[in-house]
Design a protein. Structure first.
Length: 314
């Protein structure tokens, strides 16, 4: 079975690369071709999205991958939301539209849907979701949004990166405060971090960067560390394994990144998620932590089995 795996891969985002890792590991019988912003071996670039990419990227390889595949699988992430980028919904709609032109099945797997704040974003999300043959989402809010547009059944699951995180017993003797920022975090995030550092004045503070290549994120890390003082240190993590190791001995995680919260949840570490907007992915995840990780791990297994059944029927 040959499928094209579509997502926000190749942009040095730990969470998206972990999602790619999940699909390659969980579905080894599928012949995946990965669509990436920075394609490596066995990967193809995104479809052109402007004159520059039309002229400079080898997108004919991508078109050939579309022609050869049985299904186009949008693999995890918050693709259909315009909270972080006004162009995101349009970009991923374009990839789903080409799939439909070529009569390929569109599969939305483990998706976070919305919030959508613009008319163009809503139209693009509605179009892609209404034409999808299979839909699984990672939270009840996404399910509610998708069901308003979907023709296919909407399956509630959870982010499958959770299955890559060891379900270890919580270390109740943790003595670290861990901060996971993002480069565009606003002043409220800084205030929350500095307030927590003051409250936990006896604890060392680790700032863990999940995007060490981002200049803005490194500036933010250094600024926070300077204000916290000598008990603060900066680390980086480029994989889920490295992130899990960085969270060892942590008593509390303050995170502006979704997969930082997922990692804390999987490791049974209390976390404080700082969303960018009401109803966004971190806001939703914050509401799920009270039930713990086991129901969410079970939800991942449900989503995985439903997707496997669907792929096997193609």
């Amino acid at each position: 079975m040959r499928c094209l795996l579509v997502g926000n891969y190749g942009v040095d985002n730990l969470g998206d690369e972990a999602l790619k890792e999940y699909f390659l590991k969980a579905f080894p019988d599928v012949q995946w071709t990965v669509l990436s912003a920075s394609p490596g071996d066995g990967e193809v670039p995104r479809l052109p999205f402007g004159v520059r990419s039309l002229l400079t990227t080898p997108w004919l390889h991508t078109l050939w991958a579309y022609v050869r595949c049985r299904a186009v699988v949008f693999g995890g992430g918050s693709l259909f939301t315009d909270v972080e980028s006004s162009k995101a919904c349009l970009l991923w709609w374009w990839h789903s539209f080409v799939a439909r032109l070529l009569r390929k099945r569109v599969v939305l797997a483990f998706q976070g849907i919305g919030p959508v704040t613009t008319g163009v974003g809503e139209w693009c999300a509605k179009s892609a979701i209404s034409h999808a043959a299979f839909i699984s989402v990672r939270d009840p809010e996404s399910a509610q949004r998708a069901r308003g547009w979907a023709r296919a059944r909407v399956i509630i699951s959870f982010d499958p990166v959770l299955s890559l995180i060891p379900d270890a017993a919580r270390n109740t003797a943790g003595n670290l405060l861990t901060v996971i920022p993002r480069g565009n975090a606003d002043e409220s995030f800084r205030s929350i971090v500095l307030s927590a550092a003051e409250r936990h004045s006896t604890k060392a503070v680790n700032i863990v960067s999940l995007d060490p290549g981002s200049v803005s994120e490194q500036i933010l890390c250094r600024s926070l560390c300077e204000k916290i003082g000598p008990r603060c240190s900066i680390k980086s993590a480029s994989s889920i394994d490295e992130l899990s190791a960085a969270l060892a001995d942590t008593a509390l995680v303050i995170t502006a990144r979704y997969h930082g919260a997922v990692a804390a949840l999987g490791l049974h570490i209390p976390f404080e998620a700082v969303p960018q907007a009401p109803g966004d992915k971190l806001d939703v995840l914050r509401s799920l932590q009270a039930d713990g990780s086991e129901p969410l791990r079970a939800a991942v297994r449900v989503g995985e089995e439903e997707l496997r059944k669907y792929i096997n029927m193609l």
